[in-house]
Design a protein around this ligand. Structure first.
Ligand SMILES: Cc1ncc(COP(=O)(O)O)c(C=O)c1O
Length: 484
């Protein structure tokens, strides 16, 4: 048996790279990222996928023997990356961009190399302390008192799901209560909240979409009226979800008023600030987000407002005990970990156990660049958005949504052409922009009509990129006009 074991050890030895091999892989990886950044400004922001290439990826052989690093990187560069959206591009104005900081990628790399078991304090007290420190930083930013806590999630959807689960546990909802339980949100609430409700087995809850004002913000007085009516009818109001930066319009719900209502009515108050939460870092954002500390739970996404690569969300809860109550479990094989619990662990407050050392990808850029650089970047994005909004407003045949509160607004083209089907014309314009791929814009439906969305949040979007967006828009409008 020993002989066989030795043979297997030798054969699998390639998994443990030598120092020379590591140096070679590192060199190739570094060269790849250098070239990627060097060519970024000339890379397309969008390219439609090529069905043949997708087939090639799907059929790619995973061979018994390994191949060289250059072959692998070449495959990624030529087949995988050039299709679809390029979220690293500063010309990405769709959905919610972030860009992806190089410093964060290096933090992530070191997290993977050291492979700390970040879910449990006993296993990696340093990683857990670092994660808790980052949560405390966010908690202070929100204005929460001592006793708040949370965890770093993979993104806003997971963080919202965790909050919904905690709220449900706190409300003590039984299966028999579900059809009478009521959630209050708006039709602008991100769909991940609906999905969270579904995953938590709460799709049969009653959902109230509270009417919105002219700036697409929830009308607080309507909210309270609806809650009172529901209570009078014997229903169980248990969750209010407000947004800081709705995905369509970047609208901010009246946080303080909603908080006061939630407290008066004894309902869990959750704020989805996945998009807009980090604007708390600047004075203007702080003013706009006044009252956020009245929430029981808040979601923020570092892969949006702090420009991290995808894979970073955060949930902060005013009373961490609520999260612990909803998630903590014990098991025989975990007994060593419970003996030493100086701090709460991510595994106590979230669905994850084995956990990537996620804190490092955030810690790295915050420490390396300093917070002030992030404040300047966020302020810059706010001004760039106003700059773009002003420019579009000056165009006669462009209809623009109200002045943006954050860095998102919508617009649509209303030219005087033979065809007056504006939805169709705007779809054509979108298709033309996508075909060209120099900039990327996503679209939405507002009150049943087709609108473009413009969101400025990539770390690489500056004045040049906004001017590039304007030029690309004009160029494509002219092209569509000439074809109609
Ligand atoms: C307001 C809001 N909430 C939640 C999410 C979901 O976050 P994620 O995509 O990180 O899961 C998004 C995503 O864009 C969002 O804009």
């Amino acid at each position: 048996m020993e002989k066989r074991i030795r043979e297997l050890q030798e054969k699998s030895g390639v998994l443990e790279t030598t120092r020379e091999e590591q140096a070679q892989i590192n060199k190739a990886g570094n060269k790849f990222s250098e070239n990627f950044y060097l060519s970024l400004s000339s890379q397309k922001a969008y390219k439609k996928h090529d069905p043949e290439t997708i087939k090639e990826i799907l059929n790619e052989t995973l061979s018994e023997e390994g191949v060289g690093i250059d072959e692998i990187l070449n495959f990624v560069e030529s087949k995988v990356l050039p299709q679809g959206l390029n979220p690293a591009s500063g010309n990405h104005f769709g959905y919610i961009p972030g860009g992806g900081l190089f410093s964060s990628a290096v933090g992530d790399y070191i997290a993977a190399v050291t492979n700390r078991y970040a879910g449990v304090f006993f296993a990696s007290p340093g990683a857990v302390a670092m994660e808790n420190r980052l949560i405390k930083w966010m908690s202070d930013m929100i204005g929460y008192p001592k006793g708040a806590g949370g965890y770093l999630a993979s993104g806003g959807s997971m963080a919202n799901l965790t909050a919904v689960h905690a709220a449900r546990e706190e409300a003590g909802l039984k299966a028999s209560d579900i059809s009478n339980a009521v959630v209050y949100m708006s039709d602008q609430t991100h769909h991940c909240v609906d999905r969270a409700l579904k995953i938590c087995g709460l799709s049969e809850c009653q959902k109230r979409h509270i009417p919105l004002d002219e700036k697409f913000r929830m009308k607080a007085n309507e909210l309270e009226k609806t809650i009172k009516k529901d209570k009078a009818n014997g229903l169980i109001p248990w969750l209010i979800v407000a947004s800081v930066g709705t995905t369509d319009m970047g609208a901010i719900d009246p946080l303080e008023e909603i908080g006061n209502i939630a407290h008066r009515q004894g309902i869990w108050y959750h704020v989805d600030a996945a998009y807009g939460g980090f604007f708390l870092l600047i004075r203007e954002g702080k003013e706009k987000l006044k009252g956020i500390s009245t929430a029981d739970s808040v979601v923020l996404d570092p892969h949006k407002g702090l420009f991290l690569p995808y894979g970073s969300g955060a949930l902060v809860v005013k009373n961490v005990d609520h999260l612990i109550k909803a998630h903590h479990f014990e098991a025989n094989y975990m007994q060593d970990t419970t003996a030493e619990r100086t701090l709460y662990s991510p595994a106590d407050v979230s669905p994850e156990l084995s956990k990537h050392f996620r804190a490092l990808r955030l810690w790295f850029p915050l420490k390396l660049h300093g917070i002030s650089a992030f404040r300047s970047a966020l302020q810059e994005k706010l001004l760039l958005t106003r700059y773009a909004w002003n420019k579009l407003q000056q165009l006669e045949d462009i209809e623009v949504s109200p002045e943006p509160e954050l860095t998102t607004f919508t617009f649509r083209w209303k030219p005087t052409l033979k065809s007056q089907n504006f939805d169709q014309i705007n779809r054509k314009l979108h298709y033309s922009i996508l075909e060209e791929g120099e900039i990327f814009l996503s679209t939405t439906q507002i009150k049943g009509k087709f609108w473009f969305r413009l969101t400025v949040l990539s770390v690489r979007t500056h004045l040049e990129e906004i001017d590039r967006f304007m030029t690309a828009l004009h160029r494509n409008m002219e092209k569509v006009e000439s074809e109609i």
